[in-house]
Design a protein around this ligand. Structure first.
Ligand code: UDP
Ligand code: MG
Length: 313
């Protein structure tokens, strides 16, 4: 199969028929063999009925229905697992992403050999204050921490070589960082394409303010896990040791100065308290690293590596 479209949705019943009809027009014009995987993420409206109706007319439309709302990342992850196309394209269900972009996104994977291509909503039709401006900060921070030169990490419209989606696991709210996950999994050819963005036609946005706080916490987690997940001691051990040595040297200095000038007190000098605290923090960090190592030693995936190819084995 050429193409799997994975579409997470929550309460988008009005948009679905229009969206599917439009996708069908584009894919049949390009002669792709395809499937549309609609992942109903705990909708409380009529979405699932609509999906079943659409499926009764077109068997290429498939559905997964969550028992409750688990979030966009979970929906994408299940869709990825179920997909069987050589190229996988994700898009939002709210008609803000245009299916007309599908052929070029497909070609960039097949013809140009990109591992993944992310859409870039260069002209954006969302609220300026609550979406567009915060997005700029978010993207700049992600660029800096991940070293990936993308303008729009969180665009719903993306295409992937199937190998990528089968190698990564999207959980929590990590759908914002799929390019980062892909990079950590060794897929470095990440492209970008300017895509048309449209106003939301039906329904309302599902993401509020909390996404910024969660987003930045996730960015810290993902960077840390990517870098030190398999060797936590290299982070905590290093800082623990540095802190401890600083504390130790300060105490040493206090003792020496007490010997030289016995009239100086030790406990009435601020350095004493700083030295004490820094030593304690140092040992705590060291201990955190040690415990981290013990945990990762026992983790079932401690020896799990993604292997690209083998020769003669
Ligand atoms: N979505 C989802 N689960 C959720 C929230 C959103 O599957 O818990 C879907 C939603 O139906 C839409 C896509 O994710 O297809 C993007 O959501 P939305 O359009 O609300 O985000 P925005 O475009 O406002 O950033
Ligand atoms: Mg939207």
């Amino acid at each position: 199969m050429n193409l799997s479209l994975v579409i997470p949705l929550k309460d988008e019943a009005e948009s679905l028929p229009e969206l599917c009809a439009w996708i069908e027009r584009v894919v049949t014009a390009n002669n792709y063999s395809y499937e549309i995987i609609l992942v109903d993420d705990g909708s409380t409206d009529d979405s699932w009925n609509v999906i079943q109706q659409l499926r009764s007319v077109n068997q290429n439309i498939k559905g997964i229905r969550f028992q409750r709302n688990y979030g966009k990342s979970a929906a994408l992850n299940e869709g990825f697992k179920a997909s069987s196309g050589d190229v996988v394209i994700t898009m939002d269900a709210d008609l803000q992403d245009s299916p007309d972009e599908i052929p070029e996104l497909y070609n960039m994977i097949v013809r140009d050999g990109y591992n993944m291509v992310s859409g870039w909503k260069k002209v954006r039709y969302d609220n300026t204050l609550t979406k567009n401006i915060p997005s700029k900060f978010f993207n700049a921070a992600t660029r800096k921490m991940s070293g990936i030169r993308l303008h729009d990490f969180n665009c719903g419209l993306k295409s992937y070589n199937a190998k990528v989606v089968k190698s990564i696991e999207v959980y929590g709210e990590m759908h914002r960082y799929i390019p980062v996950l892909a990079k950590w999994a060794g897929f470095r050819k990440i492209g970008e394409k300017v895509v048309e963005h449209r106003k939301r036609k039906y329904g309302v946005t599902k993401f509020g303010w909390s996404r910024f706080i969660n987003g930045f916490l996730d960015l810290t987690t993902i960077t840390f896990v990517g870098r030190f997940g398999k060797r936590p001691m290299h982070f905590f051990g290093l800082w623990g040791t540095i802190f401890f040595i600083l504390g130790f040297l300060s105490s040493f200095y206090l003792i020496v100065s007490k010997i030289i000038e016995p009239e100086y007190g030790i406990t009435n000098r601020p350095v004493f308290y700083i030295a004490l605290t820094v030593m304690i923090i140092g040992s705590q960090l060291f201990l955190a690293g040690f415990i981290g190592e013990l945990i990762s030693r026992n983790a079932p995936e401690r020896n799990f590596y993604l292997i690209e190819e083998k020769a003669g084995i």
